[in-house]
Ligand binder design. Structure first.
Ligand code: DQA
Length: 148
């Protein structure tokens, strides 16, 4: 089974309690379970991670590039300003690996600062505004892309 790492950025450990009107009532453990199930159905071994630490997320991109692991990433607020994470995501892409960007909400329909993603120009593709279902779509995209 191909391994895929699903990386979630800052404050996504607070899913379920953080702005449920925007991000839904389900928590990170539920997202973890769903992604694992969706991955299994696609023949993917999914590991879901979350960090509030930019350096840790950058290290995870280096690890993915070295270990040739496709990535699904919700960069959360880092989306809008982390050139370090964008450069690290580029290293994953440079290995010929898919890197799908996911957002639970539709950032373009929200605050002005959310309209810009520094990750989107680097990512293979971006899925926004579909809630947790966006992760399923991203995993399907990864399965499609690695099947050639
Ligand atoms: C988010 C959107 C970002 O603007 C925000 O900072 C997040 C979550 C989303 O999933 O909709 O933390 O990435």
């Amino acid at each position: 089974m191909t391994k895929v790492v699903v990386v979630n950025g800052p404050n996504l450990g607070r899913l379920g309690v953080r702005q449920p009107d925007v991000y839904g009532k389900q928590d990170l453990d539920t997202l973890r379970r769903l992604c694992t199930e969706w991955g299994e159905a696609l023949g993917l071994e999914v590991e879901v991670r979350q960090s509030d630490d930019e350096a840790e997320m950058i290290r995870w991109m280096h690890q993915a590039a070295d270990e040739k692991t496709p990535i699904v990433m919700n960069p959360a607020a880092f989306t809008h300003y982390s050139y370090g994470l964008a450069d690290a995501a580029h290293m994953v892409i440079d290995e010929g690996l898919p890197l799908m960007e996911v957002h639970i909400s539709n950032p373009s329909a929200r605050d002005e600062f959310r309209k810009r993603s520094v990750i989107s120009p680097v990512a293979t593709g971006t899925i926004t505004g579909m809630g947790f279902y966006g992760y399923k779509l991203a995993l399907e995209a990864v399965a499609h892309l690695i099947a050639g």
